[in-house]
Design a protein around this ligand. Structure first.
Ligand code: ADP
Ligand code: MG
Length: 230
């Protein structure tokens, strides 16, 4: 592949203390992702998918090994530095959405723009409207997350992940709460992101969705057991 190396994972392990012991959740994981790839990460529940995403997004740090994203060695960033980097450089659709309960759907989508300060206030307003439209939430703009369905909350999280137009987006089962029809619409949006040059890594339980991406990385018990370009 001739495109640019975007993610470089080198021998990453992650252990968590459990009582007096440690469990090794990620075991010597290495792979690379190039710009423009659409990657599915699959594996059974508990295989380490969310933990792996946390390593790639700087939400958590590896016990050993290195993660480089767009040339940035994540280990070299302080907590503040990581937060700043995360806000500006990537988007994340969290498995449990992480919407701010006291903000409306529209305010949640706007928040990353307020924090990153990459767009003018006028641009932010226009972007929020467009992002709401893209995920079919225009009519829910002024609603609080608790008042809308799980599927709506998830689509708000999808729109929010794209708020600052990042080149790299991660999704943790980002269609898991959608009915088949809106899951298909969300997948089309992800494909559109990729078609416009973005890179998208998606944890999914759906073999059918995974098969429609460009590549599948399968985890089992904290190891990569398959890495297949379709
Ligand atoms: P998946 O997303 O593939 O379902 P996870 O990455 O959430 O899997 O979890 C992988 C394993 O790591 C599970 O056995 C889980 O219980 C364990 N685990 C995850 N986070 C922690 C933690 N903070 N402390 C202890 N164990 C954890
Ligand atoms: Mg998970």
């Amino acid at each position: 592949m001739s495109s640019k190396l975007l993610i470089d994972v080198q021998q990453v392990t992650k252990r968590f203390p459990v009582g007096h012991h440690e469990v090794e959740v990620l075991k010597d994981i290495s792979f690379q992702v190039h710009e423009g790839e659409f990657v599915a990460i699959v594996g059974q529940s508990g295989s380490g998918k969310s933990t792996l995403l946390n390593m790639l997004t700087g939400v958590d740090r590896p016990t050993s090994g290195e993660v480089f994203v767009n040339g940035q060695r994540l280990k070299d960033l302080s907590e503040d530095g990581l937060a700043h980097w995360r806000r500006r450089e990537i988007g994340i659709v969290f498995q449990f959405f992480n919407l701010v309960p006291g903000l409306t759907v529209a305010q949640n989508i706007r928040l990353p723009m307020e924090l990153a300060d990459l767009y003018t206030p006028l641009e932010r307003t226009a972007r929020v409207a467009a992002l709401l439209d893209q995920v079919g939430l225009a009519e829910r703009a002024t609603w609080l997350p608790s008042r809308v369905s799980g599927g709506d909350q998830q689509r708000a999280a999808i729109a929010r992940a794209n708020a600052n137009d990042p080149r790299l987006i991660f999704g943790d089962e980002p269609t898991g709460r959608q009915d088949p029809r809106s899951a298909a619409a969300c997948f089309d949006l992800f494909q559109e992101w990729v078609d416009t040059g973005k890179t998208f890594l998606m944890v999914t339980h759906s073999r059918a969705l995974a098969a429609r991406t460009g590549r599948t990385i399968e985890l089992a018990d904290g190891r990569v057991i398959r890495d297949e370009v379709h």
